[in-house]
Design a protein around this ligand. Structure first.
Ligand code: GLN
Length: 384
């Protein structure tokens, strides 16, 4: 039999999604793969039920249903101040996962280099391999996950094609300050590099931290490919609705890649999600408030269990130091934690380029009662 491609031998299946299967097998509370255990806003559920009968049920325009793109352009213009044109600046994708892949395939040729901050969301490693790009890792050092500006400059001196920026960051919970983003912008300008952003947690930021959209920095719109999704903002991870926002000359490439990867995101779901995009500002305030409470409940549970962690500034993940419980293999530790303690987490090694084995990632996009129940189980760690 012939061999399968070299490409697919270079990466493993997702550890995040594997941990969900482990959690399901042993009945653990699943704080590994980040998705809610609560429903989306009722208005979205009602719209979906209505569209089930009324349609559309056939393909939307490849790069996004016109009404969806118009609503998205209005919403993102409202939050970013950028004058976005739904016909020139937007491609609707199957989640931000496809958006990132399409962005990488549009920007990178095989052999190009891309800067990736480490720890990083594991998809970026596979995105780089699939597009033939070679990552240059720049560490974000725990516990505060700051980067060393000199180290970042040295990475730019290796002449990368693009930098990948996840902000607010998965898994670290870091929200890059405006000053940090301006440093990145200055280097992107100086070395003529594209910036591909993953901003899926744009609306999950804890006071006093604030999200700055990279594309809004002076001169940056022209070189930024913004990727995001509706998954986290409206608690609809299964709807797989994401998007790319970029200047026209980049969007042309993204449209082509997207067309041949997936043809389009699900037409009925685009239609149903419009009510989400039209939510008033109060919706986003309530979302922040709800996640701020979830963070407080879960961090309180970690404190009670005697666990130390980096306080997340945004997104819904927390990196926890488990060096008191194991010295070696964090995958084995997470398997043990799921089986014996009944709470599933993601081993930190799946996010770090560096040999980090003492951190694990929990997410807290769960009902407060689920988080409390996880807290009760984690208390058992005290007697281990
Ligand atoms: N972003 C989520 C996480 O990091 C999962 C996303 C996914 O599995 N597609 O857990």
């Amino acid at each position: 039999m012939p061999h399968t491609s070299h490409r697919v031998s270079q990466f493993t299946e997702s550890v995040i999604r594997r941990m969900t299967r482990v959690a399901n097998e042993c009945g653990a509370i699943n704080l590994s793969q980040g998705f809610p255990d609560f429903d989306p806003p009722p208005a979205l559920q009602e719209a979906l039920a209505h569209i089930g009968r009324a349609g559309p049920h056939q393909y939307a325009v490849t790069w996004g249903a016109p009404r969806f793109r118009a609503a998205l352009a209005r919403k993102q213009t409202h939050f970013t101040g950028l004058p976005l044109d739904p016909d020139r600046h937007i491609v609707v994708t199957c989640g931000s996962t496809e958006a990132m892949m399409a962005a990488m395939l549009t920007v990178c040729d095989p052999g190009d280099r891309v800067i990736v901050f480490s720890p990083f969301y594991e998809n970026y490693g596979a995105d780089a391999i699939l597009s033939g790009a070679e990552p240059i890792y720049v560490p974000l050092r725990p516990p505060d996950f700051a980067f060393d500006p000199a180290e970042l400059r040295r990475a730019f001196e290796l002449r990368p094609k693009a930098l990948i920026l996840c902000n607010p960051a998965n898994p670290s919970g870091k929200v890059f300050t405006r000053a940090e983003l301006l440093q990145i912008a200055a280097l992107a300008e100086e070395f003529d590099v594209f910036v591909i952003t993953d901003e899926v947690y744009e609306h999950i930021v804890y006071a006093p931290h604030q999200h700055t959209y990279f594309a809004t920095l002076p001169g940056m719109f022209e070189r930024t490919v913004t990727c995001s999704s509706l998954s986290k903002t409206y608690s609809i991870t299964g709807w797989r609705l994401g998007y790319v926002i970029a200047p026209e000359r980049l969007i042309e490439g993204v449209r082509k890649v997207h067309d041949f990867l997936t043809v389009g995101a699900a037409a009925p779901l685009q239609e149903a999600a419009i009510v989400g995009l039209e939510m008033p500002d109060s919706y986003y305030h309530e979302l922040q408030a709800a996640y701020t409470r979830k963070r407080a409940v879960f961090l309180g549970a970690l404190d009670a269990a005697g666990l130390t962690y980096s306080n997340p500034q945004g997104a819904y993940y927390v990196m926890v130091d488990v060096s008191a419980f194991h010295q070696g293999d964090d995958l084995a530790f997470c398997a043990w934690l799921a089986r014996e303690i009944g709470v599933a987490a993601v081993p930190g090694s799946s996010f770090f380029r560096e040999p980090v084995r003492h951190l694990i990632r929990f997410h807290f996009a769960k009902r407060e009662e689920t988080l409390r129940a996880a807290g009760v189980r984690l208390l058992r760690l005290r007697s281990v």
